[in-house]
Ligand binder design. Structure first.
Ligand code: ATP
Length: 244
């Protein structure tokens, strides 16, 4: 795959002219998007703008009606709820579908990496919300994806747990360097984690902001506040109409 993504990186994910209609409603409208190798992209947009539909198309759950979608085979997705099987222990959930005699060992290493080494044999229903999401992230990482999709993974967590999880995901990304597409409603989350924030509106990309802030990112940084204001503007329908 040689088409360049933003920043001159080779594209890991390439979407060209993607359309998705449900009956007479166009949900994705000639959408173009690329995610570079190792690039962290945050996808923001108002409710109903098509974020989940785009993600479902990238995972193959939703068909490509019109347009082109290229994603690597080594992909993984983490949803808002962890979707662990309650009748399997935590390590078994993470090892599910892995091949080879070392599946359990690999699952345990992934769980240790997300700070769950002490709950390997626990039943999912005994985990806190944050722990369950950690297990979901371990289940994704153990597959060594070159493309990781995160669909509002922290939305149901309390504010403090969310901050801890954001820190953890930032650290994991620096270590693994896979391409990431994070769907979020949280502008600060995008600014804390992503290389680029992309705004979806009515099924089209309306804005794409490079987030050229040094890491670790700080809310107190004046550039952080400037980017937050620009991103909030782009999410506002009046600003979108002016840009269109
Ligand atoms: N299977 C379907 N049949 C009909 N309409 C659908 C279907 N799936 C999604 N839609 C419509 O497509 C539009 C986009 O939905 P989508 O879930 O992708 O938005 P979203 O940006 O993820 O929203 P949210 O932020 O609320 O999760 C909505 O108007 C939704 O009603």
């Amino acid at each position: 795959m040689s088409a360049p993504a933003s920043g001159g990186m080779p594209a890991t994910v390439l979407v060209r002219g993607l359309e998705r209609r449900f009956g007479n409603t166009t949900v994705l409208d000639r959408l173009d998007l690329s995610v570079g190798a190792g690039e962290f992209v945050a996808l923001l947009g108002r409710s109903g703008s098509g974020k989940t539909t785009l993600l479902r198309t990238l995972t193959g759950l939703d068909p490509v009606q019109t347009g082109e979608v290229r994603v690597p085979a080594a992909q993984a997705v983490v949803f808002q709820e962890s979707r662990l099987l309650p009748w399997k222990r935590v390590w078994e959930n993470v090892a599910l579908g892995l091949e080879g005699a070392d599946a359990r060992g690999r699952a345990e290493v992934a769980l240790e990496e997300v700070g769950l080494g002490h709950r390997l044999a626990a039943w999912p229903l005994t985990l806190s919300g944050g722990e369950a999401q950690r297990a979901g992230i371990a289940r994704a990482l153990v597959r060594e994806p070159s493309f990781l999709m995160l669909d509002e993974p922290f939305a149901s967590l309390d504010a403090l747990t969310r901050l801890r999880m954001q820190d953890m995901v930032g650290a994991l990304w620096r270590r693994h360097r896979c391409a990431v597409l994070l769907v979020t409603h949280d502008v600060d989350e995008a600014l804390l984690l992503a290389d680029r924030a992309v705004v979806l509106d009515k099924g089209r990309i309306r804005a794409s902001f490079p987030i050229a802030l040094p890491r670790p990112r700080r809310h107190a940084d004046p550039d952080f506040a400037r980017l937050r204001a620009a991103l909030l503007d782009a999410l506002d329908v009046r600003a979108v109409d002016q840009a269109a």
